[in-house]
Design a protein around this ligand. Structure first.
Ligand code: SF4
Length: 214
């Protein structure tokens, strides 16, 4: 099966990647993000040697909500995340994302990773290329990969925001945009932090974000 993509340099035919199936939409939403018109892109959560993409995972592994989600929703959810990873490693990844974002004008905000993380520098560069090609979309990510990869190509873009998350294997520079996860049961948001638990819009414009543990 081949798909026709109208890319910047003209129209090209690209073979449907591997096990990607007939599905064409890469970007979806969920209950929390949908009300704010935010779409998302997901990769497998967890350590790399266990099939995940979270090169900076640390203490967060204990409270990662995707452990629960994978258990609850099972192979269907894991399979979808694995297919996304397969595509993310393919040479067509950036072009296919650009094609979808240009075609689906309803997508104005994209959370890159509601699960998983930036796993290598080529993948970071692919997102920088995607964001540059679709400047009307605002991209953002919570990430624990900043200690292992150069995320400046994303930070330097006017339509991309990287929020470093505390709880990984590398320390976070708290002078930068960052997020913390509150201990279970804590409902008081620390002074200077915005509560990002109810709406992800907070992630778009706050410098310090506190998330309550689910
Ligand atoms: S980095 Fe995020 S998605 Fe990955 S294991 Fe930690 S909490 Fe889960």
């Amino acid at each position: 099966m081949f798909y026709n993509f109208n890319l910047a340099g003209g129209s090209v035919w690209i073979r449907r990647p591997f096990s990607w199936g007939a599905r064409m939409n890469l970007f979806y939403s969920n209950k929390k993000l949908k009300k704010d018109g935010i779409f998302k892109w997901s990769l497998p959560a967890g350590l790399v040697d266990q099939g995940g993409t979270c090169i900076g995972a640390g203490a967060c592994l204990k409270f990662c909500m995707f452990k629960k989600i994978y258990k609850f929703r099972g192979p269907r959810c894991i399979g979808a995340h694995k297919r996304n990873l397969e595509l993310a490693r393919s040479p067509w990844f950036a072009d296919i994302c650009i094609y979808e974002l240009q075609a689906r004008r309803v997508i104005k905000r994209l959370r890159v990773h509601d699960s998983g993380d930036y796993f290598d520098q080529d993948y970071v560069q692919a997102w920088a290329r995607i964001a540059q090609a679709v400047p009307r979309v605002f991209f953002y990510s919570y990430s624990k990969s900043a200690g292992g990869l150069d995320l400046d190509p994303l930070r330097s873009l006017h339509n991309y925001r990287v929020i470093e998350s505390v709880g990984g294997r590398w320390p976070v520079d708290r002078r930068r945009v960052h997020s913390i996860v509150l201990p279970r049961g804590a409902d008081r948001i620390p002074a200077g932090y915005a509560d990002g638990s109810v709406s992800d819009l907070v992630a778009l414009n706050s410098k310090r974000i506190a998330l309550k543990r689910i």
